[in-house]
Design a protein. Structure first.
Length: 398
């Protein structure tokens, strides 16, 4: 009985030890699983922290990259015919304009002719320019994009643009009439592609024309020998939408009662006794019944010229594309003629018309300019230099 009891007691203790061992093993397993989870959790925390810090650094780096810019090229206007350099600005932060250069000096600019402008930008501290630049990277106003890119190892961003110089048109220095006082004639204005001309009759506007020439024929608006007062205003203007991009119209100039050269617009010789705006003329000394036809007459070997009203012409007259001079009696004058201002002309001894250019007279060469004025002193013509004495005679040729 005693042995049986001892065996039962021994078996009971063994089972208790086995249960405790199993419990310990379970606890150890649970502990190992917990430690592993903890280590994994810590590892995840470390990884997350690293990723977050790198992301912040990347974002911080991205914010210092400049990949786009805004540039404004503003046209400046000064006095008439002044051509000024533009004002160049940028609204992009953390950059500044360090240098501006032009493909040619501003003194040589002409309105409408494009100029290449180079603009260098530098980035502020902690900022730098991105690697890729093209037309879409630049918001540009007032100029035309050409090229953009980094230079000097990326320290400078260089932008090249085409700029069109502009100006305000000037005013004519001479505005008058042709010899019949019906065609408006004025001197050309620099850079002017066209003109606006307004005709006034007794201060009332009666016609407006836009032309690309320096003359306007108002014969259909001005009557012969009218007592009404006519004048015109002329101003230089751009004619097309493209011309308006680089030209602004000038101020108007009022015409004078002067005769001007229809080719140059320069003041010429005012005809005497032939002014259709004042209804004044001279009394016809020949055929005074005023029933004769206009034209040339040669009674007794002396030439006269009569207008359609039978009035004899006096003073300077422009007939058949040539100038003639008639004295106060209406007689056509030939040979040398010196007016009250001391200007000497030469009238052909046969035809009577005013001579210009080189003329051989009594064995000496004389020179008369396009207005018929005799030249003295040094003269440059055809690549040669001449000297004309006080009488107008050519002395030497160089």
């Amino acid at each position: 009985m005693t042995d049986l009891y001892n065996r039962k007691k021994s078996s009971y203790r063994d089972r208790i030890r086995e249960q405790r061992q199993e419990e310990l093993e379970r606890l150890e397993k649970d502990a190992r699983r917990s430690n592993k989870a903890a280590r994994l959790f810590m590892l995840l925390l470390i990884v997350a922290s690293f990723v977050l810090s790198r992301t912040k650094k990347v974002h911080a780096a991205d914010s210092s990259i400049i990949e786009k810019i805004n540039v404004n090229v503003e046209q400046n206007y000064g006095d008439a015919e002044d051509i000024l350099v533009p004002t160049i600005t940028t609204s992009t932060g953390n950059i500044e304009i360090s240098e501006v250069s032009y493909s040619k000096e501003s003194e040589k600019w002409k309105p409408g002719n494009k100029v290449l402008i180079t603009v260098d930008f530098t980035a502020g501290e902690g900022y730098y320019f991105g690697a890729n630049w093209n037309r879409s990277s630049v918001t540009l106003k007032g100029a035309e994009f050409s090229h953009c890119g980094r230079v000097q190892d990326g320290e400078i961003l260089r932008l090249k643009v085409y700029f069109m110089p502009c100006t305000v048109l000037g005013v004519t220095t001479s505005a008058g009439w042709d010899y019949k006082f019906k065609k408006a004639v004025w001197k050309e204005v620099d850079y002017a592609p066209g003109y606006e001309v307004k005709l006034y009759e007794n201060d009332k506007e009666v016609a407006t024309k836009k032309v690309r020439t320096t003359t306007v024929d108002f014969s259909d608006k001005i009557e012969d020998y009218t007592k009404n007062k006519y004048y015109y205003e002329v101003k230089a203007i751009p004619m097309t939408s493209d011309e308006k991009k680089y030209l602004k119209e000038g101020e108007a100039v009022t015409s004078e009662e002067d005769v001007v050269n229809s080719h140059t617009g320069s003041p010429g010789v005012t005809p005497i006794g032939y002014n259709t705006t004042t209804n004044e003329g001279t009394t016809a000394l020949y055929n005074s019944n005023q029933k004769s036809s206009a034209g040339w007459y040669n009674p007794g070997g002396t030439w006269y010229y009569y207008d359609p009203y039978g009035r004899v012409a006096t003073g300077w007259q422009y007939i058949g594309d040539k100038w003639y001079y008639f004295n106060t009696s209406g007689q056509m004058i030939t040979g040398f003629l010196t007016d009250k201002d001391g200007i000497t002309y030469y009238l052909d001894p046969v035809s009577g018309h005013m001579r210009t250019g080189w003329v051989l007279i009594n064995g000496f060469w004389y020179y008369f300019n396009s207005s018929g004025r005799m030249q003295t002193g040094y003269l440059y013509d055809g690549g040669k230099v001449y000297f004309l004495d006080t009488y107008g005679r050519m002395v030497t040729e160089q």
